[in-house]
Design a protein around this ligand. Sequence first.
Ligand code: ATP
Ligand code: MG
Length: 180
Amino acid sequence: MYLKRIELLGFKSFADRTVLEFGPGITAVVGPNGSGKSNITDAVRWVLGEQSAKTLRGSKMEDVIFAGSSARRPKHYAEVSLTLDNQSGALPLEYAEVTVTRRVYRTGESEYAICGQPCRLKDIAELFYDTGVGKEAYALIGQGRVEEIIAAKPEERRAMFEEAAGIVKTKARKREAQRK
Ligand code: ATP
Ligand code: MG
């Protein structure tokens, strides 16, 4: 599984529809300071369900919506789609390509979709369980995160190993069954 494409619309500095295509292997994003490199990783994190505006380097969720410039009006909503190559079948769906979308309005209301079908945030989290992808997973290592992993408490580090070992889904189901 790998990230094939990101489509941004009104997300942070990406006012216009912007499509970034990635191939298998390593991709480096380069550009001057403030040109939007980190905004791309924020977009990935956001689609995967990040709910903390601070983690996305803002103060409120509305801050992910293009705020306007001297030449451009602000946008009413932000939308990002991630397309993952699923030929390996890592994601439990019958598609060779899986697109996950999130949209947020200035009211703060978020909408999610998997392959164009509206869904809940929970469905997105479940889709990525045990794949190493997800807002908390190790597929995204932000600045400072390496130190954080080293300094993590044993329980926190254990959670990381559980995700890597692929048993998070089973544990979540067990918790849910025990609650019922
Ligand atoms: P550096 O090399 O310094 O890390 P970078 O390429 O990672 O830079 P980003 O942090 O991704 O840059 O982009 C910051 C830019 O995004 C700033 O110019 C900021 O004004 C712009 N930006 C952030 N949020 C919004 C928004 N909601 N609307 C418009 N522009 C925004
Ligand atoms: Mg940056």
